[in-house]
Design a protein around this ligand. Structure first.
Ligand code: ADP
Ligand code: MG
Length: 257
């Protein structure tokens, strides 16, 4: 991959737990301006792949590159500094902080603002940029109306958006989302889809990992279907919908879910 484009790639990724190959030789490209989805039944290896891409787990084999640079061994906080932001499958917002302050945490993670300066209430150089990034993320995630509400008072659906807003406040070029629609009702899911399309339209490389096959079809440009650690099908949603291997992955009763 030539350096320059904000493209994240994985080549030959393997991650095992004892004798189990949770991720078993996965190749994947997450290009800018697109929504890329990884789907598959429970236990397929989606979350393990996700953790390898985000830097929370180290693959046993294979390479991960970003803008042509090998980041396979780079820890998660260093990936965040490069512009690779993630959300969590289980919502992990700070309940006592306002929505805006939750987003500020995300912005400061990227900007590297001094925690000491912050605690002492001192002005810091990154402050102005942080404020702008928070405003922008509030607007993007449609959270401006609840900016001053403590996150703990908001319903789950809104917390998913807070979590996404926090990732956006870091001004990422790659956004990694683990089951972003879990716990959302139909209206909230539609809102999430529209938001992901908008983010891709603005140039982000969006990757989402999701167990619900139908859910991703309205939003993804490219779909990878995983089963037992491997990619068994990939392509456009239409191509994948008709792919026998993709269907088998979901129909196989041993595949779970
Ligand atoms: P998915 O997200 O597609 O449901 P996971 O990546 O969570 O799949 O899991 C893939 C396989 O790896 C499963 O069989 C799971 O039990 C196993 N696994 C995941 N994490 C661990 C772990 N930390 N230790 C042992 N086995 C794990
Ligand atoms: Mg999972």
């Amino acid at each position: 991959t030539p350096p320059g484009p904000d493209v994240l790639t994985a080549h030959g990724l393997v991650r095992h737990f004892g004798g189990l190959r949770a991720v078993d030789g996965v190749d994947l490209t997450v290009p800018p301006r697109q929504v890329t989805a990884v789907i598959g039944p429970n236990g397929a290896g989606k979350s393990t792949l996700f953790h390898c891409l985000a830097g929370a787990q180290r693959p046993d084999e294979g390479r991960i590159r970003f803008r042509g640079r090998d980041i396979t061994r780079l820890p998660d906080h260093r990936r965040a500094r490069l512009g690779i932001a993630r959300t969590f499958q289980v919502v992990s917002v700070f309940p006592s902080l306002t929505v805006a302050d939750n987003l500020r945490v995300g912005a400061e993670n990227r900007a590297g603002a001094s925690a000491a300066a912050r605690l002492l209430g001192l002005p810091d150089a990154a402050g102005g940029r942080t404020r702008q990034a928070v405003e922008r993320a509030l607007e993007l995630a449609e959270l401006t109306d609840v900016a001053d509400v403590p996150a703990g008072r908001l319903p789950t659906g809104t917390l998913r958006l807070v979590e996404l807003g926090r990732a956006l406040a870091a001004d990422p070029s790659v956004l990694l989302l683990d089951e972003p629609a879990s716990g959302l009702d139909d209206a909230e899911t539609a809102r999430m889809r529209a938001l992901l399309r908008r983010l891709a339209g603005e140039g982000l490389a969006v990757l989402l990992v999701e167990h619900d096959m139908e859910l991703v079809f309205g939003v993804a440009d490219t779909v990878y279907v995983m089963a037992a650690g491997r990619v068994v099908a990939s392509g456009t949603p239409d191509a994948v919908r008709d792919d026998p291997a993709a269907r088998a992955a979901y129909l196989d009763p041993l595949a779970g879910d």
